[in-house]
Ligand binder design. Sequence first.
Ligand SMILES: Nc1nc2c(c(=O)[nH]1)N[C@H]1C(S)=C(S)[C@@H](COP(=O)(O)O)O[C@H]1N2
Ligand SMILES: [Mo]
Length: 242
Amino acid sequence: MEKKKIITRRKAIITGLTSIGGLFLAGCSKPLPPTYGNILRMGDNLTYVAHRALLPGQSLAKEYNYRDISSFPATGTTNPASFNEDYSRLQKNAFADWALPIEGSVSRPGSYSLADLQKFPSHTHITRHTCEEGWTAIGQWTGVPLSTILQSVGILPSARFINFYAYDGYIDSIDLLDAFHPQTMLAYGMNGRDLPVAHGAPVRVRVENQIGYKSMKYLQRIVVTDEFVDPGDSGWAWYTGI
Ligand SMILES: Nc1nc2c(c(=O)[nH]1)N[C@H]1C(S)=C(S)[C@@H](COP(=O)(O)O)O[C@H]1N2
Ligand SMILES: [Mo]
């Protein structure tokens, strides 16, 4: 039987870097984001190139103190139960039946309940959230680093993107450098309590080195692939490094 190769954190970082290396085009010395060529996505090129050139892949977003925690508006969807029956059923049972499938280019596809996620060593940090609408807020997030989960399912060498699907129909994706960033997590706690429904219960993504809308709320499914899903018709940039 063929032994499947599993990507370690170190390898994922190298894979992330070489796939960016693979985007070097003849006559062009800059790495390019996967949205390159889409005229509506020209902003991605600038932020991706600048970010990847100026910052080491793993540079950390600034962390704050407990006393810096501010009030935190809820934006976009604030309760999928108002239009999604599956979510409404899960919410009625305090998310005891919620489980997150992780599939695609992984050697051990699986489904993780909230209790499963909480068994992994947790990570907590206080960061500033920046929304494209022009507001910022500081909050404390607790969860499991996405890298821990990706190691648990064993991502395969063909993997390049982590695609997220949410209960309100929201879809988005990040590359492996952001996925293995030490502050990127699946958060189930906010300010020392369970993640409230308005902020994405039971589990949301936190991508601290990108603008707010990359931090997907109401996580339903994760698919690891060599292609990325693009929240396309929203008109928002795919890469939004801050
Ligand atoms: N599923 C889902 N995720 C989402 C959104 C949304 O509407 N649905 N809004 C995004 C935007 S624009 C921001 S600024 C943050 C808002 O998170 P908050 O409601 O906890 O402030 O979530 C992001 N993630
Ligand atoms: Mo936002």
